[in-house]
Ligand binder design. Structure first.
Ligand SMILES: Cc1cc2nc3c(=O)[nH]c(=O)nc-3n(C[C@H](O)[C@H](O)[C@H](O)COP(=O)(O)OP(=O)(O)OC[C@H]3O[C@@H](n4cnc5c(N)ncnc54)[C@H](O)[C@@H]3O)c2cc1C
Length: 395
């Protein structure tokens, strides 16, 4: 931990610190500098002060004994009686990370009637599958689920805990990290594990302008959530391995203050994240009705359609069809981006796609940096021609 201290007796009130602060975190009050809440403790003011009147104070933080925390735990979410696919993607990533430091990967399941899910997990290379199975856990209650996962973490002491950034995971992970007074990074797009077992949690920050590398240096476990479709799932092995441990239900479950009054199943909705082929419209489209050609091309290819955020902001589309940082992450086999510039906030949600085709009239557009095939031209000429040729081929 660090903080900035200003030594009043040395300060001449020259104002250089306020002038050079990139965050506007220093106010000059009656000629004296004062820090405000925007301070990031970057230390630029320390370097800029000619009087050496500003100091960066480092406070010593007691670190846990990291060697006492080993392995990677994946929270294996069960949705509608089946393993949520994000948990397999997390297991794939966990196994890759574990190799670097000789860790084992384990999984924890919470819910009711979990036998088949636990057996299925044995085909994905985890060493241990902890199961909390009880009728009381048949529906999600954040405090009850957190009590179970906490119980297992206290017993197994994993160094890293990975949770899917689903609605359930986003509710569970912060509760857990608070219980362990440790860090959590949400919506990681990449993960690396250092030799010293520090997890480098990489995610876009400052509106997507930088990729931040976040490290939990002093505490364990290290919690991270990762969105569906960001990591690669491992292939299913024919051989089953890994021990299933049926764990005793901890007291926290009975003590839960939430109760379920009724359950209204939401009809399953098609998500753009599941599409194999996606045609995406961007601000290159001049009017709402032009989205029809995006939809038609998608339908002829047997795929789905989506847009960038500005089209959602115009009210042409809903957020569940928006790709990107504040929308959905997609990894289709084929993605055709039409009139999309390729801002980082957009590409962060689609750059894992297998094949990317970009149509843009500006040859310098950043989308061509992530595209496998780039077509420089007017989408109003290219898309109708593609539609015409596809129809002709069908006929
Ligand atoms: C915190 C934050 C989160 C964000 N999250 C998202 C997000 O989740 N998803 C998202 O999409 N954006 C997001 N954004 C916005 C993002 O920064 C961009 O503004 C946005 O992606 C741009 O959308 P666009 O490519 O459709 O439009 P533009 O950037 O305006 O690009 C339009 C492109 O169309 C091309 N074009 C124009 N006419 C034609 C034509 N006739 N034929 C071919 N090409 C043509 C132009 O050359 C241009 O490259 C976010 C921004 C912030 C700050």
């Amino acid at each position: 931990m660090a903080k900035i201290a200003i030594l009043e007796r040395k300060c001449t009130g020259c104002g250089l610190c306020a002038k050079n602060c990139p965050f506007g975190a220093i106010d000059l009050k009656e000629g004296k500098p004062e820090l405000n809440a925007a301070c990031r403790v970057c230390g630029i003011c320390v370097k800029n002060c000619p009087e050496k009147a500003i100091l960066k104070l480092e406070t010593r933080v007691d670190s846990v004994d990291k060697s006492q925390w080993n392995g990677i735990l994946v929270f294996a979410e069960v949705s509608g009686g089946r393993l949520h696919p994000v948990c397999l993607e997390l297991i794939g990533k966990a196994r890759e990370l574990a190799k670097n430091v000789g860790y084992q990967v384990s999984a924890v399941l919470v819910g009711h009637q979990l036998e088949s899910c636990a057996r299925e997990l044995r085909h994905y290379g985890v060493s241990e599958i902890a199961v909390y199975d009880d009728p009381e856990l048949g529906y999600f209650r954040a405090d009850a689920y957190a009590a179970c996962v906490e119980d297992y973490i206290r017993a197994a002491r994993p160094s890293v805990v990975l949770v899917g950034a689903t609605s359930l995971g986003r509710s569970l992970a912060p509760r857990l990290s608070t219980r362990f007074h440790t860090g959590l990074t949400a919506d990681c797009t990449s993960l690396e594990l250092r030799k010293n077992t520090d997890l480098v949690q990489i995610r876009p920050a400052f509106g997507g302008n930088i990729m931040a590398q976040i490290i939990t240096t002093h505490t364990r476990p290290q919690f991270a959530t990762v969105r569906y479709k960001v990591m690669n799932p491992p292939s299913r092995s024919a051989e089953a391995s890994g021990e299933i441990l049926n764990r005793k239900i901890p007291r926290g479950v009975a003590e839960s203050r939430a109760s379920c009054v009724s359950v209204e199943p939401v009809p399953p909705k098609k998500s753009i994240s599941d599409a194999e082929i996606l045609v995406v419209g961007g601000r290159g489209l001049r009017k709402e009705s032009d989205l029809q050609m995006i939809r038609e091309l998608a339908s002829l290819l047997g795929g789905d359609w989506a847009t960038t955020r500005p089209l959602v902001e115009k009210g042409w589309n809903t957020n569940d069809r928006q790709i990107g940082l504040s929308g959905r992450t997609v990894r289709p086999r084929l993605l055709i981006a039409c009139g999309v510039s390729g801002a980082i906030q957009f590409t962060a949600g689609m750059n894992g796609s297998e094949r990317i085709v970009a149509i843009n009239q500006d040859r310098e557009a950043p989308i061509f940096g992530v595209a496998h095939v780039g077509i420089v031209g007017d989408l109003y000429e290219i898309i109708p021609e593609l539609i015409r040729q596809l129809k002709e081929a069908r006929a």
